[in-house]
Design a binder for this molecule. Structure first.
Ligand SMILES: Cc1ncc(COP(=O)(O)O)c(C=O)c1O
Length: 277
């Protein structure tokens, strides 16, 4: 089993949505990516909670939580070590063509993640940079600007982009959060900047950092703060806790603390996913 659409298994070659669906036409819809470890999804409840919030912000009806949870579990079991994508499409509005919104749950192979990321800082004027936006915390299908900035960074020889406010404050990556070690503590941009409330970031700050005895500071920081850091990490469901090797042409050192945080994160995952399923 690879793809479920509204809970029904669909052969890969036939898995698609209507060309009238606003999910395709206008990026109207929302999604989550959940990591499965040996067939067990990690923090699925937190992801589905965020998905429900995204749907509510867009005025979309959320599908029954228990059914989606079951589909995520089934697809995770089939995929093993994989990423599970959950998509809610907005459906069509053309009265002549029925195109109901779809709930798609599918597993995908894990993408290759570079051993250490080289990030190209760039301004992201489209980013709301505030949690006062009605679309704060919405993981919507309108990700074109994020994807285009990743592509731009790759064309320039980097692994990905590091998004900044127009006045040079650090936000996040196009698909990941960032944090760095400086003056013996872990610093990271505040959620008040309108960055996505990353589930990996929450686990790192609330659970992994205390395990390794690191204090955490959330705030608004200029790019120079990350350039001065001893170490830096990129955080996401897919990247987990990945070291940052460079920010622009400025190398960032690898050290013990980032490694300890990554190990603590893996221990948390292992404790929660081992023997389940
Ligand atoms: C913009 C953005 N920030 C951060 C993240 C990391 O979030 P999570 O740890 O929940 O995967 C993502 C995930 O895709 C993202 O799209």
């Amino acid at each position: 089993m690879r793809v479920l659409i509204d809970g029904v298994e669909v052969p890969e070659a036939e898995a698609g949505v209507s060309v009238f669906d606003w999910g395709l036409q206008r990026g109207f819809g929302c999604f989550e990516v959940i990591r499965a470890y040996r067939g067990v999804p990690f923090r699925a409840a937190a992801h589905l909670e965020r998905l429900a919030g995204s749907a509510a912000a867009l005025g979309m009806a959320a599908p029954p939580r228990e059914a989606v949870e079951e589909w995520v579990r089934a697809v995770s079991r089939a995929g093993g070590d994989c990423q599970v994508r959950v998509l809610l499409t907005g459906g069509g509005r053309d009265p002549l063509v029925p195109a109901p919104g779809r709930v798609i749950v599918m597993w995908e192979p894990l993408p290759a993640v570079p051993e250490a990321l080289r990030l190209l800082p760039m301004e992201a004027p489209w980013h709301p940079a505030t949690d006062r936006s009605p679309f704060y915390a919405v993981k919507w299908l309108s990700y074109a600007a994020n994807m285009a900035s990743s592509d731009l960074a790759r064309r320039r020889g980097y692994d990905d982009a590091l998004l900044l406010t127009p006045d040079g404050r650090i936000l996040e990556g196009p698909t990941f959060a960032v944090a760095w070690l400086i003056e013996g503590r872990l610093e990271t941009p505040s959620l008040h900047l309108g960055i996505l409330p990353s589930i990996t970031r929450a686990v790192l700050l609330g659970e992994a950092a205390p395990r390794v005895g690191l204090a955490v500071a959330e705030g608004v920081f200029p790019l120079s703060r990350m350039l001065e850091a001893d170490e830096a990490v990129a955080l996401s469901t897919v990247k987990e806790v990945a070291p940052v090797a460079a920010v622009g042409d400025h190398p960032v050192a690898r050290g013990d603390k980032g490694g300890a945080l990554a190990a603590a994160f893996r221990e948390i995952v292992a404790a929660e996913t081992a023997g389940v399923g």
